[in-house]
Structures are given as structure tokens and as C-alpha cells.
Design a protein around this ligand. Structure first.
Ligand SMILES: NC(=O)c1ccc[n+]([C@@H]2O[C@H](COP(=O)([O-])OP(=O)(O)OC[C@H]3O[C@@H](n4cnc5c(N)ncnc54)[C@H](O)[C@@H]3O)[C@@H](O)[C@H]2O)c1
Length: 335
């Protein structure tokens, strides 16, 4: 039985505790959060779980095999480092770290300590993303040409990271999961409308060596909630609308073909084709439960987790470069 210490019992920590408490072959022994009111809620929800305000209580407890970090982004690196040095396996919430250098150091340290380091990019475990992945892999969509994501609503303004760090990790991790090529550069722009100078609306474009392109729109200031990704190929396009309660994934066969006129070589003939809309069956399940099972299996069975430190790092690399580009008014940054 794997014994776990959960660090941070805020908005997301609640979901993690509930899922890890019902995952086979593990239990959460202690929840660590400095806020007494959060400790009280954890104990009310799960009376068997111990609570503490002191992270070193987890580190010094030999019964605890692994820690989960569900704390603000800037604390991920120091907490993960201490946990690895204390001989614990570590699951870090997205985004992995607040810098590339920190992510690289943690990957190295985990290898030295022979411990698992995994990052929770929850969306990869959803039935929707798994279905879209199989549509991409079986060639149903054709050769992929673009990925266009919009993740906007009246979101909670974060005090330490901008809107790209907060919202784009979901979509960047989905893109990297679906499409194997990696971007060569990016450009991003954004604006801060609050006094803290942290961008609350931002646009990010990833540029590739091929003709593929990816674009991300992130905002905390939209009264309209949109969680939508378009994935276009030369055969079909997939719409992933996460706000839809049931039919989240739709595949459009409507398409076009570009032909050159034989008589007039400079003239392009565009053939438009209207086709069907297909709504595939998507497994309804809680993604976090699968993520929890993946973490447990990666420790107990030596299974390769879906998102290891390297995959977490790839996302952080984009976030760090996007922030640098925003600060330089959209300058192209090479990755
Ligand atoms: N995977 C997802 O879909 C998802 C969704 C939401 C949040 N998250 C991630 O989860 C993390 C936490 O986000 P949140 O929305 O729950 O934040 P939150 O502010 O609601 O909760 C964070 C909690 O951590 C506690 N905390 C802060 N520093 C601590 C420390 N040093 N030791 C112990 N506890 C500490 C705070 O008291 C608070 O209760 C972030 O990395 C965020 O990006 C992931």
C-alpha cells in the first residue's frame, strides 16, 4: 500500500485527495497546508487522514513514499527538490515548474535518486482527448495542419503567474500529446489590465519547421466561457468543445481541395466539399482517477507515466519563452 502526503489543500487539492483516497493500492496518510481552515475541511472530508502545517513532517515520515504538490507554481521547485532529496516519489501539479532550469534540475535529481517524477496534465486522461488522439493516430483527420485553442472565461486573477502560465499548459500538453512535431519558435502578445502588471489576456502562436501552425487564446476577463479546440487536417476537422455537457467531440468532413488551373497556371481552383458531421462515442470517466492510477502504477509497477518530467519540461519551455516574447511585444523567440 503506497502512502502519500498531499501538499496544498486548496481548490485542486480537494479533487486530488478524493481521487487518491479511492485509488487502489494507495492511501493519503497526511495533508499538509498552512491554513487551519483547509486542514479542518480535509479532516471533515476524510477523518482517517492526518493533517499538518509543516512540510518537514511529511519529509521526516518514513512511512510516506510519495508526495503530491498542489501548491502555487513558484513553490513546486523547492518543495519537489526537498521531497526528492528525502527519498520520496513526486507528483507535481501543472505547470511543472516556473522555469526551464528548475524543471531540468528536478529531472536530473529524480534520476539520481531513482524516484518517479510525474506531472499532472489532467486533460490527457479525459475520454475526449483519448478519442481525439485515436482519430489523429488512425489518419481519420488526415495530415494535421493546425491546432487552434480558445480557453477564456471570467477566471480567477492569479497573483504570481500570467494567464498563459495558468491556462495554456492544458492546451499545450494536449497539442504535444496529439501531434509529434515540436515547434521551432513562438511569438506571444498579452495585456495586463490590473495594477499588478500580470497579463490577464494573451495570444500565443507556435511556429513549426513544416506548414503546421498552433494558436492559443487565453483570458481571465471574458464573460463568455469558451473551452474549445479545433484540430484541422487535410481530410477532416475535429472540434473539441469542453463546455458541451455530453457531445464534446465532433468531426467535420466538410473540406476543400486546392487545384491549379491547367490553362492558367497562376489561377487556383478551390473545390469545396460539404460532408457529414460525426459525433464519436467518448468514454465518460473521471480523468483524475486515471491520473492517480497512473502515478501509483509508475511507482509500484515501474510503468512509464503518461507525463514524466521531460514532458512536463516541454510545456514549461513554451511557457517561459511565451512570457519572454510578451515582454518584448511579440518578438519571435526560438525554442
Ligand atoms: N490539473 C488541473 O486541471 C489543475 C486545476 C487547477 C489547479 N491546478 C494546479 O494546482 C496547483 C494549486 O492550484 P489551486 O487552484 O488549488 O490553488 P489554491 O490557491 O486554491 O490552493 C493552493 C493551496 O496550497 C496551500 N499552500 C501554499 N503554499 C504551501 C506550502 N508551501 N506548503 C503547503 N501548502 C501550501 C495554500 O494554503 C492553498 O490551500 C497549481 O499548480 C495549479 O496550476 C491544476
Amino acid at each position: 500500500m503506497l502512502q502519500i502526503g498531499l501538499v496544498g489543500y486548496g481548490y485542486w487539492g480537494i479533487n486530488l485527495l478524493r481521487n487518491f483516497m479511492s485509488t487502489p493500492r494507495c492511501t493519503v496518510k497526511t495533508v499538509c497546508d498552512p491554513r487551519p481552515e483547509r486542514q479542518a475541511i480535509a479532516q471533515r472530508n476524510f477523518p482517517s487522514v492526518g493533517v499538518t502545517a509543516d512540510f518537514s513532517d511529511l519529509l521526516n515520515d518514513p512511512a510516506i513514499d510519495a508526495v503530491i504538490l498542489a501548491t502555487p507554481v513558484f513553490s513546486h521547485y523547492p518543495l519537489a527538490k526537498q521531497a526528492l532529496l528525502a527519498g520520496k516519489h513526486v507528483l507535481v501539479e501543472k505547470p511543472f515548474t516556473a522555469s526551464v532550469a528548475h524543471a531540468e534540475e528536478l529531472i536530473e535529481l529524480a534520476a539520481q535518486q531513482n524516484k518517479v517524477i510525474m506531472v499532472d496534465h489532467t486533460f490527457l486522461y479525459t475520454g475526449s482527448v483519448q478519442k481525439i488522439k485515436s482519430l489523429c493516430d488512425t489518419g481519420e483527420i488526415g495530415k494535421l495542419q493546425y491546432f487552434d485553442s480558445t480557453r477564456i472565461n471570467l477566471g480567477l486573477f492569479q497573483s504570481d503567474v500570467n494567464v498563459i502560465w495558468d491556462l495554456a499548459p492544458h492546451d499545450i500538453s494536449i497539442l504535444f500529446h496529439l501531434y509529434p512535431e515540436r515547434p521551432v519558435s513562438l511569438s506571444a502578445t498579452g495585456k495586463a489590465h490590473a495594477l499588478n502588471k500580470i497579463e490577464n489576456i494573451a495570444y500565443l502562436t507556435l511556429h513549426y519547421g513544416s506548414d503546421f501552425i498552433a494558436h492559443f487564446t487565453c483570458s481571465w476577463i471574458s464573460p463568455l466561457k469558451v473551452r474549445r479546440i479545433l484540430i484541422g487536417g487535410d481530410k477532416r476537422m475535429v472540434l473539441y468543445d469542453d463546455v458541451e455537457p455530453t457531445e464534446k467531440v465532433k468531426m467535420y468532413s466538410t473540406s476543400y481541395e486546392v487545384n491549379q488551373s491547367e490553362q492558367e497556371k497562376h489561377k487556383m481552383l478551390i473545390d469545396y466539399r460539404t460532408g457529414d458531421i460525426f459525433i464519436p462515442k467518448v468514454a465518460q470517466k473521471e480523468a483524475l482517477a486515471e491520473m492517480a492510477a497512473d502515478f501509483v502504477a509508475s511507482i509500484l509497477d515501474g510503468k512509464q507515466p503518461l507525463v514524466d518530467g521531460r514532458k512536463g519540461l516541454e510545456v514549461v519551455r513554451v511557457l517561459e519563452a511565451a512570457e519572454a516574447s510578451i515582454k518584448q511585444n511579440g518578438k519571435e523567440i526560438f525554442l
